[in-house]
Design a protein around this ligand. Structure first.
Ligand code: ADP
Length: 162
């Protein structure tokens, strides 16, 4: 019998991608045959970069990672996962406060679509990193070199003209 191939989807806003997200993706490379990073838009988050800009930045970062690809999607994540043949949702966990929201989200996705969610704990180095704070600190000119990849830093500097 052939080995079952597992294609996971890693959905998020990634606005912009941080070292925390990248850490989760790197851990996932060894766990699944394929990982699709899926850039979606959360209706209640302020947008800095367009989905296609986020996809471009992620493409630059994953180009040497085997089995990892990136796409953007509209609409319901679980429907998109089904059309792409993904049978698992991957999410990152930073802290106990993430767990409450992520638990609800995972249960909802399982109830509406029967899809399972697996969680990966990020490196403790990035446990406090959020895209929302990255956007704020970048807009005020702070140095984020330890928290985000270089290509993202460059884009943020361009965006904020610093
Ligand atoms: P969403 O709007 O769907 O929460 P995000 O881009 O904020 O999108 O997050 C996508 C996924 O990455 C979520 O599972 C989130 O918990 C996780 N994540 C965000 N920041 C980090 C981090 N610093 N370390 C690990 N996982 C993270």
């Amino acid at each position: 019998m052939g080995k079952k191939q597992v294609r996971a989807i890693f959905p998020g806003s990634f606005d912009p991608i941080t070292n925390g997200h990248l850490d989760v993706i790197q851990r996932a490379v060894g766990l699944f045959d394929e990982v699709i990073v899926a850039v979606g838009r959360s209706p209640h988050k302020n947008q800095l970069f367009s989905p296609s800009e986020c996809v471009t930045m992620i493409e630059e970062l994953i180009k040497d990672m085997p089995g990892v690809s990136v796409e953007s999607f509209d609409g319901l994540m679980v429907e998109y996962a089904a059309t792409r043949g993904a049978t698992l949702v991957l999410r990152g966990l930073r802290s106990l406060t993430d767990v409450q929201y992520e638990f609800q989200l995972a249960m909802t996705n399982r109830a509406v679509a029967g899809i399972e969610t697996l969680f990966v704990m990020t490196s403790e180095k990035y446990g406090f990193v959020s895209s929302t704070l990255i956007r704020e600190v970048a807009s005020l000119g702070g140095d984020l070199s330890n928290l985000i990849p270089e290509n993202v830093q460059t884009r943020l500097k361009e965006r904020f003209g610093r």
